[in-house]
Design a protein around this ligand. Structure first.
Ligand SMILES: [Zn+2]
Length: 91
């Protein structure tokens, strides 16, 4: 999955958690937005580009969620842990 092109995951959202202990920022980034710039990169390569918008640190955890059409944004029917504890890839 990490070797697939980001553009294949349109309609999903990345939940990015900051690694910096003093920040702990978390934000949701629509794949559609990232794909405008990085759609031809693999998911793994895009993870290397992600930085915290608040402090600029690398993410400590990244989840991919698929949003269910018509539901609230907090409801997702798929969660993939891409980075961090229990994830496919470890830093
Ligand atoms: Zn941060």
């Amino acid at each position: 999955m990490l070797a697939s092109r980001l553009a294949l995951w349109r309609g999903h959202v990345l939940v990015v958690a900051c690694a910096a202990p003093r920040c702990r920022g978390a934000r949701r980034v629509p794949v559609d937005t990232l794909a405008q710039r990085w759609g031809e990169l693999t998911v793994s390569e895009v993870l290397d580009h992600l930085r915290c918008r608040t402090c600029g640190a690398s993410p400590g955890g990244v989840m991919l969620r698929r949003l269910v059409a018509g539901s609230r944004p907090s409801r997702a029917d798929l969660v993939l842990h891409l980075l961090g504890p229990g994830a496919t890839r470890r830093r």
